[in-house]
Structures are given as C-alpha cells and as structure tokens.
Ligand binder design. Structure first.
Ligand SMILES: [Zn+2]
Length: 183
C-alpha cells in the first residue's frame, strides 16, 4: 500500500516560483506549542546524532527519491495531526502554500547544513520567515493539503547551496533510517 505521490518535479518547481513573503500571520493552531526543542541548537554537524526524525509518532515509509516521475523526496505516512519537527537546525526560508505542495516549510541550513523541506502540512506553520529553529522544534502538523492522497509528510533534503538556490535534492532515506533508530 504505497500511495502514489503527489509532488512532481514540475509542481515543486512551481512551488519555488510561487514563493512569496506572505502569511506571517496565519496559523494559530500551533501557537504556544512550538519550541519543543530536543537540544539540537548550536549544532553544525550533519551527523544523524544531531538531527531529529521529522515526524513524531507512528509512521511508515512511502515513496522515496525518484519514485514515479522524479519524486524529489521521501514520503512518511503518519496520522494527520502528528507533529512535524525540524530534522536539522536552521532558519525558516519559506513558509507558504502551493497547489501541489500544500502548506510547506523550507528550513535553510545556511550553508552549514542541508536545507530540509516539509510538505502537505495540515495548516500553515506559525513560524515566521528567518526564524531560527533547532532540530526537534515543531514546524507544523502532518496533513494532506495540496496534491496528497493520504495524510503524510513529504520530506526533502537539498544539498548546498540549497533549495532552488543551486542545490539539488538528495536521497533522505539513509538519514531518516538512522534518525529513526534513535527513538
Ligand atoms: Zn512525496
């Protein structure tokens, strides 16, 4: 039961173009529940011991990198409403909505770490652009906004210099499996 995905390269590219500095006021659902850090702040290493698995709670692996038509990340199936947390520390580069991605967030590793991308969030993340996040900080909730056939997180990791800034999508699965073993 691997749900077909949803995020195609074409649409993800549109997502990047659709970027705007909007909606800083949206998303009250998570206000007050953020900042659940797990001590990852200050880290500059990409070793999995410094990261956090991006979904809290039960999950299964769906489509990976390259599945279907150029899938650019790894799908993690989980119940809608489960917390989505930052896998790596960084700053919020994008907090937006796009037709295929739904509500999505990009965390910029600022050249020290890879950028990480979180799509189909249930509602807009309450985090503000340029806000600093630590690994483990809550970014939003698992949802099925955008082009999604089931509740899941579509997770991407982009090499430096980053998400549609000259980097390219990496295979997040080995990193995810390593982080998964920690808990
Ligand atoms: Zn996906």
């Amino acid at each position: 039961m691997t749900p077909r995905d949803l995020i195609r390269p074409r649409s993800a590219r549109i997502a990047a173009l659709a970027v705007s500095a909007i909606a800083l006021s949206a998303g009250s659902a998570l206000a007050g529940s953020g900042g659940v850090g797990s001590g990852g702040s200050g880290s500059t290493s990409t070793s999995s011991s410094d990261g956090a698995f991006p979904v809290r709670g039960k999950h299964t692996y769906g489509d990976g990198l390259g599945a279907g038509r150029g899938h650019q990340g790894q799908d993690l199936l989980a119940k809608c409403g489960k917390p989505v947390v930052a896998a790596y520390p960084g700053r919020i580069q994008l907090n937006s909505y796009q037709g295929a991605a739904g509500n999505y967030v990009v965390v910029d590793g600022k050249g020290k770490l890879e950028d990480t991308v979180y799509m189909h969030l249930r509602e807009r993340s309450p985090l503000r652009k340029r806000q600093r996040v630590a690994a483990g900080d809550v970014l939003g909730r698992v949802g099925d906004t955008g082009r999604a056939t089931a509740c899941h997180l579509h997770f991407e990791v982009w090499s430096n210099p980053g998400y549609y800034e000259g980097g390219s999508p990496m295979n997040p699965e080995p990193m995810l499996r390593a982080l998964d073993r920690k808990h």
